[in-house]
Design a protein around this ligand. Structure first.
Ligand code: SF4
Length: 150
């Protein structure tokens, strides 16, 4: 069976910053047809659960943005970078080439992220892990883009 990397929160793992999950019942319909490899880059990067909200600080050129701050202003960029590297390692070791990732997350978002002001404003851009996976040849999709798998 084809292996697919998935954001762990999408299949019910309580790993979000709130300590709960983002279970997608639609995604769960696929568990008999694919091997899901659940990963949470923020946990893999050493952050606790629950944890403060964090956003990527964006600039005019979002591709230059590398700073991730939590809601209290703490710089958690290194945790995000470490988590992304760990997820990439798992992806390579497992030989996956598709990832289904939670939308809007500063780690997993692949079709836009919050703008870093904690005001709910979305901008073009990708989460730290989604971007690293894409740069390494892995197809990244949000949970809203999985119709091609059914
Ligand atoms: Fe879900 Fe990704 Fe956030 Fe972990 S980092 S809680 S897998 S969206």
């Amino acid at each position: 069976m084809t292996k697919i990397l998935v954001s762990a929160c999408l299949i019910g793992v309580n790993c979000t910053y709130r300590g709960d999950n983002n279970l997608s019942l639609k995604l769960l319909e696929l568990v008999d047809r694919f091997v899901f490899l659940p990963v949470c880059p923020e946990q893999l990067g050493g952050l606790p659960t629950p944890r403060p909200r964090a956003e990527v600080t964006t600039s005019a050129d979002w591709r230059a943005a590398k700073l991730v701050l939590d809601q209290f202003g703490n710089d958690v960029t290194q945790n995000y970078l470490r988590g992304a590297e760990e997820v990439l390692k798992i992806a390579k070791l497992s030989g996956v080439n598709i990832a289904i990732l939670k939308s809007r997350s500063p780690s997993c978002g692949c079709r836009g992220i919050y703008d870093g002001t904690f005001s709910g404003v979305m901008v073009d851009g990708m989460g730290i892990t989604a971007e690293l996976l894409l740069k390494n040849g892995i197809e990244v999709y949000s949970e809203d883009e999985t119709n091609f798998l059914y």
